[in-house]
Design a protein around this ligand. Structure first.
Ligand SMILES: NC(=O)c1ccc[n+]([C@@H]2O[C@H](COP(=O)([O-])OP(=O)(O)OC[C@H]3O[C@@H](n4cnc5c(N)ncnc54)[C@H](OP(=O)(O)O)[C@@H]3O)[C@@H](O)[C@H]2O)c1
Length: 327
């Protein structure tokens, strides 16, 4: 596992880290044993950074991470999120009172006195035009409740606006083979300001592992079933907003350019790591085998330029039209 600096925090984090949404909820049943085994495998593979949120399984994901921290001495940095407990996303909802009570809940769930990194959880675009919200977060840092804070965004333009606030240390954004716009528009700015980038949904909700089929079955409580058209939250969070059938077609083309000896999922993760503006990819994983396969992507050599060019072509021909200008 290789490590990269996260913005100006002074932390060096594993370039393949761990996304803890699926072990919380909304991805079908994952037992506590499997979830803990997945987390343990991540730590054994060199992961030192875990991304979670207060709402993943209503605190379940945070509590599982607290259990892991109790049993392991390894240094672990945990980034959580706040904001999705609101029944409706409004800027007013991100009040001092609400933020304070969400932070206190996360402190309790994570069993810590300070949150390493708190991210605003895809707030409305308007929030980025309200500096007072960032002032509240500065106060929480001052009070010792947070070490650092950052944002998780839907849109590239939100990311660009967010990093105008000098204490935003990280931006979490969807970046993968099917979502390439952040690299053109946002990465140079983030590098200039030394802001960390967490590449989320790096496997496009599992699609980029190449294992999904037209008739793949997803449980009723898996968002790949219930949010395919954005019924519950932003459609971009499910398969990156790419139509399922179109995604499958593109994957078949990608399969042909994957070098021998590595999996399609590892190719997709290694592609993300080709961008030095990226701090880490945060793939989700429900089982130890998935996690170790994903972590191995860090040890692979850089992709050959022919493969990078071929992927760009597949993106431009198959995917770009439906996603590029939407986020
Ligand atoms: N709004 C936000 O801030 C937000 C939104 C989305 C995600 N996130 C964060 O980003 C993280 C990653 O995104 P994500 O979990 O949505 O999507 P992802 O990482 O693209 O896909 C994860 C899923 O792919 C499958 N998978 C993973 N590794 C695999 C492997 N090696 N082989 C086969 N299948 C594999 C697993 O599901 P199956 O085995 O069931 O297929 C896993 O749950 C989340 O966990 C969360 O921390 C944040």
């Amino acid at each position: 596992m290789k490590y990269r600096p996260l913005g100006r925090t002074g932390w060096n984090v594993s370039e393949v880290s761990f996304g803890a949404w699926a072990i919380g909820g909304a991805w079908g049943e994952v037992s506590e044993d499997d979830a803990l085994d997945a987390l343990r495998t991540a730590i054994d593979s060199g992961v030192n950074f875990i991304d979670t949120a207060d709402v993943y399984g209503d605190g379940r994901s945070e509590r599982l991470i607290a259990r892991l921290k109790k049993e392991r001495k390894d240094e672990m940095i945990v980034a959580t999120k706040a904001g999705r407990r609101l029944p409706k996303q409004t800027t007013e909802g991100y009040s001092r009172h609400n933020l304070s009570s969400w932070v206190d809940d996360s402190l309790r769930n994570l069993a810590v006195s300070t949150i390493d990194l708190l991210q605003l959880h895809c707030p409305p675009t308007d929030l980025y035009y309200h500096p007072e919200v960032f002032g509240i977060l500065d106060d929480f840092v001052e009070a010792g409740k947070l070490r650092f804070y950052g944002v998780s965004v839907e849109r590239v333009e939100e990311a660009i606006k967010a990093i105008e606030y000098p204490n935003v240390q990280s931006v979490q954004i969807i970046f993968n083979c099917f979502r390439q716009r952040p690299a053109d528009v946002f990465f140079p700015l983030a590098k200039q300001r030394q802001v960390g980038i967490l590449a989320r949904v790096p496997l496009s909700s599992g699609m980029l592992t190449g294992k999904l089929r037209e008739d793949s079955h997803f449980a009723a409580d898996d968002h790949r079933n219930f949010n395919r058209h954005g019924e519950a939250f932003d459609v971009g969070e499910t398969f990156s907003g790419v139509d399922y059938g179109l995604g499958l077609q593109a994957v078949e083309e990608i399969r042909r350019i994957v070098p021998s000896g590595i999996t399609l999922g590892q190719f997709a993760l290694r592609w993300i790591l080709m961008y030095d503006a990226v701090t880490c990819a945060i793939p989700g994983g429900k089982r130890p085998e998935q996690v170790s396969e994903n972590c191995c992507a860090s040890d692979l050599p850089p992709l050959r330029s022919e493969a990078v060019v071929a992927l760009k072509r597949i993106y431009e021909e198959k995917i770009k039209e439906s996603v590029h200008q939407r986020w």
